[in-house]
Design a protein around this ligand. Sequence first.
Ligand code: ADP
Ligand code: 5GP
Length: 210
Amino acid sequence: MQQSREGLLIIISGPSGVGKGTVCKALMERNPNMRFSVSCTTRPPRPGEVDGLHYFFKTRDEFLQMVQEGAFLEHMQVFGNHYYGTPRAYVEQQRASGFDILLDIDVHGAMHVKSACPDAVTIFLAPPSMSSLKTRLVGRGTETVEAIEKRFEESFHELRYMKDYDYVVSNDVLDIAIGQVEHIIAAERLRVCRNQAFIESFQVKGEDGE
Ligand code: ADP
Ligand code: 5GP
């Protein structure tokens, strides 16, 4: 069956430390038709993070200039201080070229994109429990104790948005969670609304078989 030519817009959200980055990295490695939307941020890089690969790291002035220029599909101040934004042009170009595009963005950004692009597929990655979420945040070892506490507190707010997503996946066993996200993507490609050209190819001559 001929698939629709425009790529899917797939949004993954969930509390900090749940495993979004880990799941997105695996999806990118396993799916050559997928592109990751690298966000801009004003937060400082973590050890090992590469500009242009994990984020485009910007000063506050640079970021606000981009906001003025309308360069973002959405942008948010996450955790009350740093800005994060999705560059619009890359998402639109990749989708138009037929690539599925993956966004790892917070709940507010996700709701904003979903209302602007109702065909976006929203997936909430949930922790198996709050204690395992805390263990992962601490175990990652990339934030100060204060920043971990702030992120953990914020996660209770984010979890309230789970019900507004199209899908919820529990990231308990990593490989199962990755497989479930891939199943969602496969099913979304088969939606009737995304396969109009294929359906119309059968509607030849009269509907009554003449
Ligand atoms: P996020 O991008 O959501 O903030 P990360 O992908 O950085 O989260 O993951 C946070 C930590 O949890 C990392 O140390 C990662 O290796 C670990 N992790 C991710 N998924 C799982 C899982 N299913 N089971 C155990 N640890 C996990
Ligand atoms: P981190 O600092 O851990 O990389 O990301 C913090 C939070 O910001 C995560 O919830 C992540 O999904 C979110 N985030 C990353 N990029 C963007 C973006 O472009 N827009 C929005 N709204 N959130 C983002």
